[in-house]
Design a binder for this molecule. Structure first.
Ligand SMILES: Nc1ncnc2c1ncn2[C@@H]1O[C@H](COP(=O)(O)OP(=O)(O)OP(=O)(O)O)[C@@H](O)[C@H]1O
Ligand SMILES: [Mg+2]
Length: 353
């Protein structure tokens, strides 16, 4: 997995683990870069998306946004909300994948006092709190099928019961759902109910992966740099290598991955920002071990450092996985999982060449 995930679990504001989005002093507008709501991009794929958003925003239809990780699904949902008649009412984002299964019903629909251990007081759920506004259900495919039934009923009738409640509640909410899985595959393999899928996908939207947005990589990169410069009061520029990387790398983690790579490089740069092509960097990433010690560069992303430590330890242990796992304080299974993931990443990177 190349993308870093946002750290925001549930109804938190978006962008938890991302580079700063808001600029202290207004960034100058990046030449040639169009924007729509919170989205930036001038490619045909994005223009088409803006048109679709415009259309769906004028309605109350449920929308299902499908797209790879980091491709802007949440921004699309926010933009629909801002462009809709609901814009002055709340927008609530819920990461269904981050809420334990036994709590999700209470989170969505609220609960009454005494309905479960610890429920000292009754509490409204997101459906009630989002009244008049928009409820964004992220990673909706991660909900257990029995929870999906109640969601479907709420979508169809606009009514629901709080957990442990007997009074029928009503809430006027527009639901936008998102997933980074193919919904049809999710139905076949991941327990997404087909009826719910169709109910959500009244208006399906696709967040195009960054590699399909012709010309947007450079423009977006410049936009993020302008924002960071404005925020920090600096005047940093991209070097040639950075520009080449930004343009030619496929960015499997999409806008988030690119934005974070720029942010990291921005922090490390004095004036000229260089970004190593991740494929070349991966080659250089081979752990530098010296006896029992190894060195890791300042500013190495945590995931990369972890990889280096794991591979370095394995090498030190002469390839003995059991010993390496013990030295690392992880189970053998965890070590196998990590090694498997690294292999997949390398295969994916090799496939790009
Ligand atoms: N078109 C865009 N213009 C500007 N910024 C963008 C765009 N698309 C995404 N971003 C930025 O990229 C990051 C990821 O976007 P977002 O959280 O909307 O993606 P996502 O598809 O919901 O990701 P995930 O699947 O991991 O939940 C955010 O920092 C967001 O601001
Ligand atoms: Mg998201």
């Amino acid at each position: 997995m190349a993308a870093e995930s946002d750290l925001d679990a549930t109804a938190a504001p978006s962008g938890g683990g991302d580079a700063p989005a808001s600029a202290k002093r207004a960034a100058r507008k990046t030449a040639g870069l169009e924007s729509y709501g919170e989205l930036y991009g001038s490619s045909p794929a994005m223009r088409e998306l803006y048109e679709q958003i415009e259309r769906v925003a004028a309605t109350d239809a449920t929308a299902l946004i499908v797209g790879e990780s980091g491709s802007g699904k949440e921004l699309i949902a926010r933009t629909i909300h801002e462009r809709s008649a609901r814009k002055d009412a709340p927008f609530i984002a819920v990461n269904c994948g981050a809420i334990p299964d036994n709590l999700i019903e209470a989170e969505l629909f609220g609960h009454e006092r005494g309905s479960f251990t610890g429920a000292v007081q009754g509490r409204a759920g997101y459906f009630e709190n989002a009244h008049g506004g928009t409820l964004f259900l992220d990673e909706v495919t991660e909900m257990a099928p029995i929870r999906q039934v109640k969601l479907l009923r709420a979508l169809e009738t606009g009514t629901f019961y709080r957990v442990g409640g007997t009074e029928l509640q009503q809430s006027d909410v527009r639901v936008i759902a998102a997933t980074n899985r193919d919904p049809l595959v999710a139905v076949k393999e991941n327990g997404l109910r087909e009826d719910l899928m169709y109910r959500l996908a009244v208006f399906p939207l696709r967040a195009p992966p960054l590699r399909e947005r012709e010309g947007d990589r450079e423009l977006l990169a410049q936009h993020f740099l302008d924002e960071m410069n404005a925020q920090e009061g600096t005047d940093k520029v991209f070097g040639k290598r950075a520009l080449d990387t930004l343009r030619t790398y496929s960015w499997p983690g999409n806008v988030r991955e690119m934005k974070n790579a720029i942010y990291r490089a921005f922090i490390l740069a004095e004036k000229t920002i260089e970004i190593e092509h991740p494929r070349l960097a991966a080659r250089a990433k081979k752990a530098v071990t010296q006896g029992g010690a190894m060195s890791v560069w300042v500013g190495t992303p945590l995931a990369d450092a972890q990889r280096q430590i794991i591979l370095g330890t394995l090498k030190f242990c002469g390839g003995d996985k059991r010993r390496a796992a013990k030295a690392l304080g992880v189970s053998l299974k965890t070590l196998y999982n990590r090694l498997g993931a690294y292999e997949e990443e390398e295969d994916a990177a090799a496939g790009e060449e």
